[in-house]
Ligand binder design. Structure first.
Ligand code: CAA
Ligand code: NAD
Length: 351
């Protein structure tokens, strides 16, 4: 039984998808790939949440053949809704005065996206798997174990994990696959953030790394390389910074509003650290990092014991908020409080 579900109304647009015959021409136009390396043309994104939907979108915008997979048609619909809102925004920016071209761009992007509910059933045609499912090592390992058995030899596996060691996730796959297994860490909101971290384990081979550099270039992102260390580059710096901002509040040295204003106007950051841990203004109703995620990253690091203890020292107010289910904007309350359908911020939350 096929697990592919096509978005209704896009059958015609999909006819415009490049044929197998044309793909090598497109590939040679975009690629700087050495001949020993395989060009990545088809991508499976597992997880149609905030990150998976964003990754599927940017890959499709770059005319890669994408299959976005999630557990149920309902979850897939949520992913499609995220893409629909974002791709319209991108199209408006690209063609501000031409509604016809905007629609063409949107339809063309959708024509590169298929969806399904069983990754194992579609992985046979994939050059690259990008996993963006729930941040849980057992669930990720279970997924990759079953994909390893079903995928062709050449398929590259990647995880978008924020905080789990890539080698730990990869170790359930064969030795051969571990040579083609890396971290591919995108940032939120994916369509707007230009960076991708490529996380190299001790086992990953040079061709795999180069293929990942090429594919991130093709989707319009800049890549940086990093070893498989806690938080890679960005989160290793960002998470302790966010935690220290909460400690400033805890010590009563400054208010959360003033800390956010200080870092925006004094350091040129687009969002203050508490805002960043609490909210999203662009991808409602989801959050950026979320207090639950922040706490779980710090606790994971504390357990692993590889990060300075001072960086992972708990913050009582964070622990209390998460225990009460106040994860930030997505739940209406975090350090700040939010109201209304768009979750507009109404000020610091009452304790
Ligand atoms: N889809 C498409 N485009 C989007 C978008 C979306 N969902 N969200 C933003 N954009 C684009 C806008 O079109 C706009 O493009 P131009 O500048 O080219 O016109 C640009 O992004 C800026 O958007 P806005 O003008 O609407 O809003 P802004 O200037 O306030 O910027 C922001 C919004 C880009 C989110 C900015 O506030 C920002 O950079 N914030 C920090 C985000 C951040 O730090 N993310 C990383 C979180 S950590 C992480 O992701 C890693 C992890 O593992 C947890
Ligand atoms: P999310 O909760 O929005 O989406 C996760 C999706 O995965 C859900 O739709 C869920 O139904 C689906 N899923 C769960 N198990 C599955 C399975 N076995 N097979 C198929 N689908 C499954 O989460 P998110 O924020 O998109 O995060 C996804 C991953 O990206 C996590 O590893 C997270 O650490 C990482 N990440 C998140 C951010 C962020 O700011 N949210 C940034 C970078 C990386």
């Amino acid at each position: 039984m096929s697990s592919i579900l096509l978005k209704p109304g896009f059958a015609a647009a999909r006819l415009a998808r490049p044929t197998t015959l044309l793909r090598p021409l497109l590939a040679s136009h975009f690629s700087t790939t050495p001949s020993a390396q395989r060009e990545i043309q088809s991508v499976i994104v597992v997880g149609a949440g905030l990150m998976g939907a964003g990754i599927a979108q940017v890959a499709a915008q770059a005319q890669l053949n994408v299959t976005m997979v999630d557990l149920s048609p309902d979850q897939l619909q949520k992913g499609r809704d995220i893409i629909a809102a974002s791709v319209r925004r991108v199209a408006k920016k690209k063609f501000p005065d031409d509604e016809g071209k905007q629609s063409e761009y949107v339809d063309r992007t959708w024509s590169f996206i298929e969806t399904g509910t069983k990754a194992e059933a579609v992985v046979a045609g994939a050059d690259l798997v990008v996993e963006a499912i729930v941040e849980n090592i057992d669930t990720k390992q279970k997924l990759f174990m079953s994909l390893d058995a079903a995928a062709p030899k050449h398929t590259i596996f990647t995880s978008n994990t924020s905080s789990l060691p890539i080698a730990e996730i990869a170790k359930v796959t064969s030795e051969d696959r571990q040579a083609r297994f890396a971290g591919l860490h995108f940032f939120n909101p994916v369509p707007a953030m230009k960076l991708v971290e490529i996380v190299k384990t001790d086992k990953v081979d040079t061709e795999t790394y180069q293929s990942l550099v090429d594919v991130t270039n093709r989707i319009g992102k800049t890549s940086v390389a990093c070893k498989d260390t806690p938080g890679f580059i960005v989160n290793r710096l960002l998470v302790p910074y966010m935690m220290e901002s909460l400690r400033i509040v805890e010590r009563g040295e400054a208010s959360l509003e003033d800390i956010d204003v200080a870092m925006k106007l004094g350091a040129g950051f687009p969002m203050g650290p508490i805002e960043l841990s609490d909210v999203s203004k662009v991808c409602l109703p989801v959050n950026f990092v979320g207090l639950d995620t922040l706490k779980s990253i710090v606790e994971g690091w504390a357990r692993e014991g590889k990060v300075e203890p001072a960086f992972v020292k708990p913050v009582k107010q964070l622990t209390d908020l998460v225990a009460k289910g106040h994860f930030g904007r997505k739940t209406g309350k975090g350090f700040y409080e939010y109201v209304g359908p768009n979750g507009a911020r109404v000020g610091a939350a009452k304790k």
